[in-house]
Design a protein around this ligand. Sequence first.
Ligand code: NAD
Length: 367
Amino acid sequence: MPHSLTDKQVLKIAVLGAAGGIGQSFSMLLKTQLHTLLLPHSDKHLHVAMYDINKDAIVGTVADLSHIDTPVTLSHHFPASRDDLSALKECLADAALIVIPAGVPRKPGMTRDDLFAINAKILLQLSDGIASFCDLSKIFVLVISNPVNSLVPVMIKRLSQHASSKGSLIERRVFGLTQLDMVRASTFIQQLTGFASNATPYIPVVGGHSGDTIIPMFSQVMFKDERLPLDMEQRKSLIHRVQYGGDEIVKAKNGAGSATLSMAYAAFKITRKFVDLLLGNATSLQDTLYISLKDASGNYIAPGAQELMALINVSYFSIPVTVSTKGVTHVDSEILNRMDDYERNTLLPVCLKNLQGNIETGLNFVN
Ligand code: NAD
């Protein structure tokens, strides 16, 4: 007897800003790929709730995607007026994972920080909605909106001000997505060297997600168990391209926005790991995420966070972590000890100085 939908447990993923460039292509990946994570005869069902303030765009996008023949179901949600919270409430009700690409993207000549004032207000509103309508002791939040370096502190600080966050350890479950930097590092090294055409090289990228706060650790690139020899000129040009790769897209789109398709791909890579975790297919996931090292009481969020803080002395950083259903369980501070002299003495100090400013901008925005 086939299961009916009502027999099944629903795993709900909410996408906020789902009708935009990233939101549409990301939601298409969710609709077309997510069900492949369900085990045979699973009693689980996947639902994607798509929220946007642009009514026509969200209704049209969901109508279009809903003709795709996969078992992942969709719903659209838009507010009827500026003060209407009912659509956000409906979208967030019982969600286990929230992905946020809401906001404005860069235009030529804008830095990610120029976006801050606009997008910080949006993230504050969404944080208040999440605090009101979600169980903060369980929910996971992935922030795509830029500038990630400042907006994740905005969101975590605002969430932790809500009474509903007390004892929830929400700081362990809100992350900034820096996956696109790793995707770019991997792509650009293949383009430059033509190496490993059948394998995707993994390059650790740590720090932040803006210009020279991004530290691609090309010293760690392995090929056939050996370090890939790169001369310093090649390395510097690769590092610059990863740090400012977003500008290539902004320029190429000539005013029509920033990276959307590659970002949707990068966001999907990590989202599918969270869905695997939440479906119970895995007990933990490992990836690089932009995290808060401390919770609202000043305690380190997980083993490894204190050791990392001792090395960097900033309170937010993108770093390989292990995540269970309870949130971050381990921070891989060791990776910084694997930096070579150039990464440690040249790239890291510049990153930390700028990242500190970005974090303060975010924290100071929230009263
Ligand atoms: P977009 O303008 O195409 O889409 C943004 C969507 O957000 C729009 O549909 C808009 O209606 C919606 N929106 C605005 N305010 C909202 C609100 N209060 N609630 C719900 N929805 C709201 O932009 P995009 O190209 O999809 O980019 C989205 C964000 O992602 C930008 O901030 C961009 O800079 C950022 N981005 C991040 C990365 C990364 O690596 N983390 C990469 C590329 C872009």
